[in-house]
Design a protein around this ligand. Structure first.
Ligand code: SPV
Ligand code: MG
Length: 542
């Protein structure tokens, strides 16, 4: 590939190189890319192959603008020159003029036109196909050359006298006339298998101008022989199409027979290969340059390892998170709420009866040591997943949507949702294991509410008169917050009694490290399911 030369000048250089050059057939964008990646210096855009690829005959059934459209994809997909099989020029001289202009606009390097009649028939079909009048065809060549907007575009005149059975003399006469009319090269075609008439033509012609040959039927003859006799370019005219047909038949038949793709896998290109051919990585890079880089998608992690023994028989065979709440497991209620807030990437840490926690579209982590360990060990078993922004939730809570919306919008790297009306929920602070908190300021019910409130202390033993609220088991971590939590967690887990640690221990460690923990006050509208009376409340809540 020569980047500083235009495609047309690359083709022109191939014609003039003095070495035997090769053009490989392609018929669409992907076959063109494969030709280029193989190392070929140019592409033959075969009329037969492009027609077949479109499911039609090589009889001008595809219109020239349909061919043009395919050529545009082929040219855009590659940087090597394309010589187009222009059949008979799609009409008379006037049609060809327009075709040449349109090809140049699409950076096509050259066109080959054949001296037959429109609509053409493939040269391998029948005997004695009629040929164009020599003068009319010479006029077409002149018109084509006169309409090209730059000098390097190549027009090749294809002589059909041999393949149509008109004889060597007619072939040479036509070649001479077309050369004189301004053709940049002659394509001489034959369907004989011995190549003899091609070698004779080349010797008689004597390098008066570049000659292109198409050894589809005389494939046995080594390329050297043509090189010695003066051929400039060889076209391998239809072999990618034919290879594609064989490969597609093989794989279709196999999959049909086996009613499975298992056997075919490994015998065919990978999907990754397709992405590489399509240069998907370029698009990914461009997206980074040109698309606004929004915040990464928020994910969620739910701790649901505990049995919930206070629920008695209900949690004999399933953990608390799978207890039915009006026709759906509690966990499904929770994940639906997250989904409604556009949080779709959800992980759950399982423990007790983990096989029963099997809701779809969730990623699972397991704390198999759940009986001997605390909440932090459960969180730690999903440490690899813990990157922000992320919502943290206990698996036994339910809350109204606005609470999650408020949390998602809250500022801060670590934000906890605190219920200021903790006493309304249950006036006895020690009635259960509650995460009671002292904050930097109490809840302000006024219009402006609170701003920048931080956690001062969390404990079940906070003196009653100092309690500002109760953590509802819902939190948000930013990217920074998630890594702060991970660091603190790693530190605690390395300690002797680390595996027994609770979330409270985590917040204490963060406080020791002077990591600010922001809080968002809410007023009720949530519950956690601890015992059967909570469960009854949950049924009402919905
Ligand atoms: C083509 O590839 O469409 C050609 C070459 O024109 S041939 O089919 O051999 O005529
Ligand atoms: Mg053709």
């Amino acid at each position: 590939m020569n980047l500083h030369l235009s495609k047309a000048s690359q083709l022109r250089a191939m014609l003039a190189s003095g070495d035997l050059e090769f053009l490989m057939e392609a018929h669409n964008g992907i076959s063109s890319k494969i030709v280029e990646e193989t190392g070929f210096k140019g592409i033959w855009a075969s009329g037969l192959s492009m027609s077949a690829g479109l499911g039609v005959r090589d009889s001008n059934e595809a219109s020239w603008t349909q061919v043009l459209e395919m050529l545009e994809f082929m040219s855009d997909a590659t940087s090597i020159p394309i010589l187009v099989d222009g059949d008979t020029g799609y009409g008379n001289f006037n049609n060809l003029r327009r075709v040449v202009q349109k090809l140049c606009q699409r950076d096509i390097a050259g066109i080959c036109i054949e001296d037959k009649l429109f609509p053409k028939t493939n040269s391998f079909i029948g005997e004695g196909q009629p040929l164009a009048d020599i003068d009319e065809f010479c006029g077409k060549i002149k018109a084509g050359k006169d309409s090209q907007p730059h000098d390097n575009f190549c027009l090749i005149a294809r002589v059909e006298a041999l393949i149509s059975g008109w004889g060597m003399e007619e072939a040479l006469k036509r070649a001479e006339a077309y050369h004189a009319a301004g053709a940049d090269g002659i394509l001489i075609h034959s369907k004989k298998s011995d190549g003899a008439e091609i070698l004779t033509f080349l010797e008689e012609w004597g390098r008066r101008c570049p000659v292109i040959i198409v050894p589809t039927t005389y494939y046995d003859i080594p390329s050297d022989a043509f090189e010695k006799s003066g051929a400039s370019v060889v076209i391998w005219a239809n072999h990618n199409l034919r290879a594609g047909i064989s490969a597609m038949r093989d794989v279709s038949r196999r999959i049909y027979r086996e009613q499975s793709v298992k056997g075919a896998e490994g015998t065919i290109a990978s999907v990754k290969d397709i992405f590489e051919l399509a240069e998907n990585s370029e698009l990914a890079d461009a997206e980074k340059r040109y698309l606004p880089q929004g915040t990464p998608e928020t994910r969620a992690i739910i701790l649901a390892a505990s049995q919930g023994s206070k629920l008695g028989d209900l949690t004999k065979h399933i953990p608390k998170c799978m207890v039915d709440v009006r026709g759906q497991p509690l966990l499904r209620r929770l994940t639906s709420a997250l989904n409604q807030a556009e949080i779709r990437n959800i992980a759950v840490v399982r423990g007790y009866q983990k096989q029963s926690v099997n809701l779809a579209s969730i990623q699972y982590f397991d704390n198999d040591d759940y009986e001997q360990t605390g909440e932090l060990a459960s969180l730690n078993s999903a440490a690899g997943y813990l990157s922000g922004p992320i919502i943290f939730a206990y698996g036994d809570i339910l809350f109204r949507h606005h609470i999650l919306d408020q949390l998602v919008e809250a500022e801060g790297d670590i934000v906890l949702v605190i219920d200021a009306l903790w006493r309304e929920k249950d006036p006895a602070p020690r009635s259960r294991n509650r995460d009671l908190v002292i904050c930097s300021e109490p809840f302000n019910p006024g219009y402006l509410g609170n701003e920048n409130v931080c956690l001062t202390q969390m404990s079940p033993d906070v003196p009653e008169e100092q309690i500002h609220g109760e953590w509802i088991g819902l939190a948000k971590l930013s990217t920074t917050g998630a890594s702060q939590v991970k660091n603190a967690m790693t530190k605690i887990m390395a300690q002797d009694d680390g595996k027994k640690a609770s979330m409270i221990d985590l917040f204490e460690e963060l406080a020791r490290q002077d990591v600010p923990i922001r809080i968002e006050y809410v007023t009720g509208h949530w519950l956690d399911v601890d015992n059967s009376s909570d469960l009854a409340d949950a049924q009402k809540f919905l």
